[in-house]
Design a protein around this ligand. Sequence first.
Ligand code: HCB
Length: 217
Amino acid sequence: MDLLKEMANAVIEGDEEKSVSLAKEALAQGLDPTKAIEKGFAEGMKEIGRRFEKLEIYLPQMILSADAMTAGVEIFRRHILSKEGEITKKTVLLGTIQGDVHDIGKNIVKIMLESNGFKVYDLGRDVPVLQFIEKVKEHNPDIVGVSALMTTTMVYMPKLIEGLKENGLREKVKMMVGGAPVLPEWAKEIGADGYGESAMEAVNVAKRLVGLTGEGK
Ligand code: HCB
């Protein structure tokens, strides 16, 4: 079986040990970490999402899969950060929005931003709108990157934008949004400056927003 498929299966089976050893094998084979995460582990996680939706699996299995993916991604994180490139001095305040504990995607975005020279202030998950606003005042970032994985929590994104406006901060920062249920049209509708479908796209968008390249939606 090809390695990427094996990685997806390790996540589907919730096999943390296997995820870790396959991540190490992928690095030994010289596989690009971004590709390995997106085409390997993340594909397994998509399948878990489908099975959960069809009630073929339940929460405990989803937790095991999440743990397996997190453990595998950690191997890549250590590898990527050990080769950190040039620092851009641009900063991103990153977090998963209020009411939402999904942070696997946000953590991947963080790794990719850091490995592309951004300094990231990671607020974690289930971050209240008010805390985002306070942290913008404290860190004065170039970009606020927000993640939401649920239709019930993505509604806090426009509330955050409103809150930034009310505090006179909206013009000072760029807003980037993402997460599985977030679509580019919706990002536009709520007045975000950028949308990332994947972590790599988020990096391109972030670069565009701070004037480093011309790419990204
Ligand atoms: Co969760 N869950 N879950 N879950 N979960 C989802 C999200 C559902 C869609 C599953 C389903 O029903 N089909 C669903 C949400 C439905 C909705 O929209 N309302 C759901 C539900 C309902 C729940 C609970 C409520 C279940 C329950 O308790 N009954 C509960 C939520 C509790 C809460 O948040 N208050 C829950 C819990 C969990 C865990 C804890 C078991 C686990 C999360 C572990 C963790 O994150 N530490 C989990 C997981 C793993 C999932 C699925 C299976 C996978 C999510 C994931 O990690 N994807 C998900 C199914 C799905 O999404 N299809 C399911 C992989 C990452 C890599 O993709 O999209 O997050 P990503 O990130 C990408 C991309 O979007 C982009 O870059 C990333 C990398 O390429 N990106 C950004 C992400 N953020 C960005 C920000 C930017 O600014 C830019 C780009």
